[in-house]
Design a protein around this ligand. Sequence first.
Ligand SMILES: C[S@@+](CC[C@H](N)C(=O)[O-])C[C@H]1O[C@@H](n2cnc3c(N)ncnc32)[C@H](O)[C@@H]1O
Length: 217
Amino acid sequence: MGAWAATLRGALMELTGHARKNRAHWDREADAYQAQHGEQLARAPLAWGVWSIPERDLRVLGDVNGKDVLEFGCGGAQWSIALAKLGARCVGLDNSERQLNYAREAMRAAGIEFPLVHASAEATPLPDASFDIVFCDHGAMSFTDPERSVPEAARLLRPGGLFAFNAETPLHFIAFDEVNDRISTQLQTSYFESRVTRCRRRRQFFAAVRRLGLSFP
Ligand SMILES: C[S@@+](CC[C@H](N)C(=O)[O-])C[C@H]1O[C@@H](n2cnc3c(N)ncnc32)[C@H](O)[C@@H]1O
């Protein structure tokens, strides 16, 4: 797949309203996010969630050697770089160009190359059935409408493929106190209309999965 072709097609795909807001948010926040988390993510990249639980203990992705792997909201691509070192054929996708700049720098520093795609996980410019694994560690699945991103992941996966992710609870977003930059014990915004994300109702996610006939391992 031509990386430039995918980037150009990605630029032409229409964004949902929340993906547009979210792009502006992450383009603004990328420097602070990478300053705060970049070094730790690079030091211990194959680890899930805020508690950094190692992939070697959870074995969510399994053996990635020789597999086509798409990271859905890759940020600085620390995960994908580490997976590429294990023999995966990675593609990193993110909605924020600023985050992808960090991914480019990190790939250059690691001497690793794979395509990066600037697009929303809700509508990607990538071909059907082109991946064995679609995954993210608090990436696109924390910010997208599952009615769009779950079918998109299913479209991109080959039969029998694996869709694996962890996502932030919407409770974080609705209790997040922007002024003091911390999670509070009070509601700060509506469950249904958040500033940077369309809060995903858990029910919606499971409904989308069921409708597509996907199975849980
Ligand atoms: C908290 S960061 C996590 C990035 C990376 N997974 C990591 O562990 O550092 C969330 C990422 O999701 C990306 N993102 C948000 N909405 C997205 C969407 N609709 N499609 C693709 N990526 C998205 C953001 O741009 C950001 O880079």
